[in-house]
Write a protein that binds this ligand. Structure first.
Ligand code: NAD
Length: 452
């Protein structure tokens, strides 16, 4: 059986070797999930809720273990990794409220009663990228399970360890065998087999736009439901009337968090020309003070990139003459890359247009509100973004004008488990999290009962 070598990106050591699930393994997992579906969908809502709450409690009891596993597998800083494990718990608790509250409708009609039911789909495939292995898995499996589906989860090749552990914890919590199955494997093998499998009714995919498009094409053959969470190239727009200290202090974390390997990274900073230099001098100071170091160190704010290939890709975007400031990074073993600020030659440069997925941010000035919105929208992506201004009217105008699924004003918040998350344009299709996610894991069934 082919294997997956799992490497610690901070030390380059191999920390685990896993069997890679092949097509027949996927088939077996999907059939098991299909068999588990009937019992899971008909269990009482209170019991399904109770099992999800128990799963959350077991995750909570293993937070530190999950976090340190993520530190070693993904190079996430320990503080971030704790937050990610806690996010799994919170998402489970949030959706544990759903089985008993997710209601259909009663619609007035002539001659009888008309009611709608939200029926689960069946087996759902959740395919996860390597950048946030735990939260992104939970954003798929928690609402899917709450709505009565069973789930087969495929983690990314580079980061399968926490997903495998979550699968074990689900069983420990009492979820029946087959309700949540984790299959570590390659995208081109296990991922594709999951998308193609006739018993899989929906694919919930997070990853690159390129693979997302392929999944969309493959899913068309079976008219499968899909949710796609794809790439981003989000804008952080700073107006002259903003609290520049707050905007500049927060901006590094909006792009360098998780070493920039974040679909919501604000990797383009647009600054109103009249405060451009003033903003830059404060921003540069903030960038230089980002603490880059060993992920297990409580003081670290940024760790390494996930792989040597990713570091090479990131470095390929940086034109040395355009670098205006750099933070620090350890030398020696590990896939380190320092926080880097560039001023591109214009909006046509790849570093301005493409998703770098590393700690590189590009900064350009703008002249007025209309130009800021036009520049922000001049991209095929539309995932998130920030607007810094003290003018409430402008904040709302710009928020309505920017073609993006998740915007924050005077903050860089993107994702909350209780609000919808997803992209415009080529950043995705559908929404995860919040109350809307449940709809994406169910079909509406209409039933008419004649009364005369
Ligand atoms: P990727 O597209 O290479 O892989 C994502 C997952 O898909 C992995 O599990 C991979 O094994 C699997 N896969 C690859 N080829 C497949 C195929 N042919 N069929 C089925 N599955 C396949 O992405 P990545 O490099 O792991 O992650 C980085 C990308 O993810 C970035 O573009 C980033 O923006 C995006 N992302 C988006 C969001 C969001 O919510 N919008 C969140 C995180 C990451």
């Amino acid at each position: 059986m082919p294997s997956l070598q799992v490497v610690n990106p901070a030390t380059e050591e191999v920390i685990a070797t896993l069997d890679a699930v092949d097509e027949s393994g996927v088939d077996a997992a999907v059939r098991r999930a299909h068999r588990a579906f009937e019992a899971w969908r008909t269990i009482t809502p209170a019991d399904r809720a109770r099992l999800l709450r128990r799963f959350a409690e077991v995750v909570d009891a293993h937070l530190e273990e999950l976090a340190s596993l993520e530190v070693r597998n993904s190079g996430h800083t320990i503080r971030n990794a704790r937050g990610e494990a806690a996010n799994v718990r919170d998402v489970l608790l949030y959706y544990a409220g759903a089985p008993e509250r997710f209601c259909g409708e009663q619609i007035p009609v002539v001659g009888g009663i008309d009611v709608t039911f939200r029926e689960p789909l069946g087996v759902v495939g959740v395919i996860v990228p390597w950048n946030f292995p735990m939260p992104i898995a939970a954003w798929g499996f928690a609402p899917a399970l709450a709505a009565g589906n069973t789930v087969v989860l495929k983690p990314a090749e580079l980061t399968p360890l926490t997903a495998v552990r979550l699968g074990e914890l689900a069983l420990d919590a009492g979820l029946p065998e087959g309700v949540l199955t984790v299959i570590p494997g390659r995208g081109s093998v296990a991922g594709e087999a999951l998308v193609r499998h006739p018993l899989v009714r929906k694919i919930c995919f997070t990853g690159s736009t390129e693979v997302g498009k392929r999944i969309m094409r493959l899913a068309a053959d079976g008219v499968k439901r899909i949710t796609l969470e794809l790439g981003g190239k989000s804008a952080n727009i700073v107006f002259a009337d903003a609290d520049l200290d707050a905007a500049a202090a927060a901006a590094p974390y909006a792009v360098f968090d998780n070493a920039g390997q974040d679909c919501c990274a604000r990797s383009r900073i647009l600054v109103e020309r009249s405060v451009y230099e003033e903003f830059l001098s404060r921003f540069e100071k903030a960038v230089r003070s980002v603490v880059v170091g060993a992920p297990e160190d409580e003081r670290s704010e940024m760790g390494p990139l996930i792989s040597a290939a990713q570091r090479e890709r990131v470095a390929g975007y940086v034109v040395p003459d355009q670098v205006i400031c750099r933070g620090s990074a350890p030398s020696g073993k590990g896939f380190w890359y320092p926080p880097t600020v560039v001023c591109p030659s214009g909006t046509g440069d790849p570093v301005w247009r493409e998703e770098v997925f590393g700690p590189v941010v590009a900064v350009l000035p703008f002249d007025d509100e209309a130009e800021a919105v036009a520049m922000a929208n001049d991209t095929e992506y539309g995932l998130s973004g920030s607007i810094w201004t003290r003018d409430v009217g402008r904040a709302l105008r710009v928020a309505r004008g920017v073609e993006s699924g998740n915007l924050s004003v005077n903050s860089n918040t993107s994702v909350r488990y209780n609000t919808p998350f997803g992209g415009f344009k080529q950043s995705g299709l559908g929404r995860e999290l919040g109350p809307h996610a449940l709809e994406a894991f169910t079909e509406v069934k209409n039933v008419f009962i004649a009364t005369s």
